[in-house]
Write a protein that binds this ligand. Sequence first.
Ligand code: ADP
Length: 429
Amino acid sequence: MNSSVRILAEKIQAGYSGGDVVKNVSCSFTTGTFTGIIGPNGSGKTTLLKAFSRVIPSSGILELDNKAVSAYSPAELSAALGFVPQDEGRAFPYSVLQVILMARYARTRRFASIGSDDYARCHRALTVTGLARLANRSILTLSGGEWQRVLIARALAQDTGVLLLDEPTSHLDLSHQVEIFSLLRSLAAAGSTVIGVFHDLTMAALYCDRLVMICDGKIVADGRPEDVMTPEKIREVYGTEVVSSFHPVTGRMFLLPVDSGFPPGISGELQNVLVISGGGCGGELLHFLFRKGYRLSAGILATTDSDYLATKTLGIPCIAIPPFSTIPAPAQEKFRNSLARADRIVFSVHPVGWGNLPVLLALREVDPARIILHLPEGRDFASFDFARGSALPVLSGLCAAGARCSSGFGEILEFLEKTKGKPEFRNEL
Ligand code: ADP
């Protein structure tokens, strides 16, 4: 499909009596695309959508299908652009069908009547939004979610090439959210230009082709979801720590808040703590120590390991290697240097096979008094040995030589705090 620009905005400014909310925004939207506008509360998303749909005036250049939006008559605009507001008052007991039919009246010339084709479009809009059985119900009796779907159905009945929606799924349960997002995606696939303001970043990333991130009335990121919704950008714009991952079925990205409930610690004197983990066993520990304020490093981790993802999210330097590879010599060398530099080494006991056995073996070269082995309660070293008994003696040997063994994060913290700034402390514990 050839895509052409349907909405063109250049240096748009718009706002209210208190001043401009949308500041100098330039962007364009082509046919056949589904764009999500995201950003924190009060950043100007709704105001931008209102400017696009001429609900509020704007300065700058704003074109719809190569014609200034200001030059459209109300009927022409209704035929070209559908707008779904966040909510709309319900003062009169109209039936659902009557409200949907209003969309057809809006786009007909004055005094022209509506015909069977208009009714057919309205019924199709009711069907695709799952409202057919409610066609004759008074809108005053609808739930918030049903009313939201009526507003979407009304815009669909307008049958426009451009559809703007302001938080169209905020009142919907999961199954209706999925239905509406799928519907919007299929409308875009059929050639429409669909732009929606969304708060649910995961759903937006799952369905939209493009995300435009707004902050303080300006576009701060614009592109494919995986390029826009990076943990760094989310931290910068939303002030929240998130971890990103990929949907196991669709491959699309999703975000989850990092908050694991660990209170921040009072970090006095900083210590270099090297965390050795793997197999997804170390993420929580990394976050715990990160929150306590230690200067962390990690390794050696495969880039497919979720522990590696944790280091990326938290900005912890990590020696990383490709998955399923033996550890290359430069990584081994870097790791030896990290061992030498670290004040303390926390080895979170994890599955050890032939591939990562050299990491464990390297610990034998380190003063065991600098090492703490974290073994989850109820587990033993043997259950982590996947190297036919080669790992077990190394782990037991480290313990016997003076490495401390802990089963809880509290013990690790106690060890790190007690030994702060003391190179030799074995006898004090
Ligand atoms: P968002 O959709 O990103 O949450 P909005 O565009 O709704 O943000 O609002 C952006 C800013 O404009 C907010 O500070 C809000 O208080 C203000 N605002 C929104 N609507 C009006 C209005 N009708 N009159 C005055 N200020 C408004």
